[in-house]
Design a protein around this ligand. Structure first.
Ligand SMILES: Cc1cc2nc3c(=O)[nH]c(=O)nc-3n(C[C@H](O)[C@H](O)[C@H](O)COP(=O)(O)OP(=O)(O)OC[C@H]3O[C@@H](n4cnc5c(N)ncnc54)[C@H](O)[C@@H]3O)c2cc1C
Length: 505
């Protein structure tokens, strides 16, 4: 049997690096030496500000107090994403976290809704989602403990929106408190062991040499170890996800923060709006083949709610993933492992799931390839399912107003997605694959929101008497509406539970 790993070196101090440092420090305790190298000169991307509900689990693992976390990061709460102008200009839908109405018998809520909708007896799908309805009214609360467990208020799914720079600082404090050693400096050289090709050490511009048993590459898009040193290779998704740039700028806040992120489709991409306590984060994600940087920035600035706080900053990327996420003694997390645009706020989640997966497969010092192979297979699966979900937003559109949307609407899509759409279009069926990130309710909301209307509903819906279906749909609507009425405004909730120190404009 080989010995244990002792020295862990994390390269990079962005969101990925500090998330890894915090989690490793918490889980691996004092038995490992954990060092993190970051370069102030290079800095961080610092734009990942909208998340998914899974982050709550990460915080729970670290034992982070939610109110403190939200306060320290100027955070707000997120019930889902509002999509404007995606299926058609002028249309809107909400991809909410959490469920729709409860299942009835064998079938999920949306199957009965499909029948009722055809009969003209049901409102928009969002009417039957606590999150969508509450978001539209600017209301928010966390799950209530003083209601019956079957109440929608007993189990409210939500995520966070936060300042990425403050989040990295918050995690850094946590990690350092738990024994992680931070080293500031720019890595200028990487040494490999001659026999194994494993990374042996990195050298900083100062001349300091830092050796380790395990290297975690969180160096951002450059992939300093995984790509520049080990040449893992890259699977390019840009034939399906053509957006390759983003221009980002924060603006002054105007009015109370909305409890959701907004994604508005534009002529060659889309624009995000992420409300925080002290400002609003904005960005325009676009295809450089269809729009120049100047045009993209002008569109972004034209659609801000408040005065811009600084100059718009352009970021370039290629949608895709590394062919190997873990190679030899290097595992890549965050942007070093790949990137798909932030349409569904999946990147920070993928850092989290990569950390969890790696801890699950944590190797001995022989780095048995069987562990690495499993890690890589699971990562590829996760990436490809999220990729399909993102492509769905672009492909399932009726927009014909620009070359970009015409290209997206008519492009060939991966067979896996084509099959998913065919199944849904036939009779509203969807089957979650393995542990893929997005569940049935997400796919259903986006497919319907994008205009994929099933030709029929599940035949077993007709096993239930029409009057029972009518009563069930009406009752779900009533319960959701009355629960939402009982919720405070998002602003009032924040004020009461986790107001941050105001930042001067
Ligand atoms: C436009 C855009 C919008 C996004 N929006 C979201 C979102 O809403 N939600 C979400 O979940 N994700 C989002 N993301 C992704 C999110 O920003 C990243 O997943 C997250 O910030 C992690 O970045 P990182 O830590 O991998 O890289 P970075 O932030 O780039 O950090 C890299 C680190 O490596 C260090 N480094 C690099 N080279 C060297 C060297 N030679 N020597 C020493 N140190 C070095 C740098 O100093 C830095 O500390 C978005 C990304 C982009 C591009």
């Amino acid at each position: 049997m080989s010995g244990p790993i002792r020295d862990i070196v994390i390269v990079g101090g962005g969101t990925a690096g500090w998330m890894a440092a915090a989690a490793f420090a918490k889980v691996l305790g004092g038995r490992f030496a954990i060092r993190l190298i970051e370069s102030d000169e290079i800095g961080i991307v610092g734009v990942g500000e909208s998340t998914v509900p899974h982050l709550k689990l990460f915080n729970n693992l670290l034992g982070i107090d939610e109110a403190e976390f939200v306060r320290r990061t100027q955070g707000t709460f997120k019930l889902g994403i509002q999509f404007d102008d995606w299926g058609r200009i002028g249309e809107r839908y909400f991809h909410s976290f959490g469920g729709l109405g409860p299942d009835l018998g064998l079938l999920p809520f949306h199957q009965y809704w499909l029948k009722a909708r055809r009969q003209g007896k049901a409102a928009d799908l969002g009417t039957y989602s606590l999150n969508a309805l509450a978001a539209g009214q600017g209301r928010f609360m966390v799950s209530a403990s003083d209601v019956p467990p079957t109440s929608p208020l007993a189990n409210i799914a939500y995520a966070y929106q936060f300042d990425a720079g403050l989040y990295a600082r918050f995690l850094r404090e946590y990690a350092e408190r738990h024994g992680v050693q931070r080293i500031e400096g720019k890595i200028v050289d990487v040494a490999l062991q001659p026999d194994s090709g494993f990374v042996e050490a990195v050298t900083l511009a100062s001349g300091a040499r830092i050796a380790g048993d395990l290297f975690v590459d969180c160096s951002g898009f450059r992939g300093l170890l995984i790509e520049q040193t080990l040449h893992a290779g890259y699977d390019d998704f840009s034939r399906w996800l053509p957006c390759d740039r983003a221009v980002a700028v924060a603006c002054e806040k105007v009015g109370p923060p909305t409890p959701y992120t907004r994604a508005t489709a534009r002529s060659a991409g889309w624009q995000w709006r992420i409300p925080l306590q002290h400002r609003i984060g904005n960005g325009h994600v676009y295809s450089s083949a269809h729009l120049s940087d100047d045009e993209a920035a002008a569109t972004l600035l034209k659609h801000l709610d408040g005065r811009p706080l600084g100059e718009p900053r352009v970021l370039r990327f290629t949608a895709g993933m590394r062919r190997k996420f873990w190679d030899r003694n290097v595992v890549a997390l965050g942007l070093a492992s790949g990137f798909m645009e932030p349409l569904e706020s999946t990147s920070i989640y993928m850092v989290q799931s990569g950390i969890a997966r790696f801890l699950n497969l944590f190797p001995w010092s022989d780095f048995d390839p069987v562990l690495m192979d499993r890690y890589n297979a699971q990562s590829v699966f996760e990436y490809e399912r999220i990729r399909d979900f993102l492509i769905l937003h672009y492909h399932a559109t009726e927009r014909t107003d620009s070359a970009f949307w015409n290209d997206c609407r008519t492009m060939a899509i991966p067979p896996s997605l084509a099959e998913t759409i065919r199944l849904f279009r036939d009779s509203g069926r969807f089957f979650r694959q393995g542990e893929e990130m997005f569940a049935l309710v997400s796919w259903v909301q986006v497919m319907i929101g994008q205009g994929i209307v099933p030709e029929q509903y599940h035949p077993l819906v007709d096993q239930v008497a029409q009057s029972d279906v009518d009563g069930y749909i009406a009752n779900v609507g009533r319960v959701i509406a009355s629960c939402v009425q009982a919720m405070p405004s998002h602003a009032a909730f924040i004020e009461r539970c986790c107001a941050a120190v105001p930042v001067p404009a």
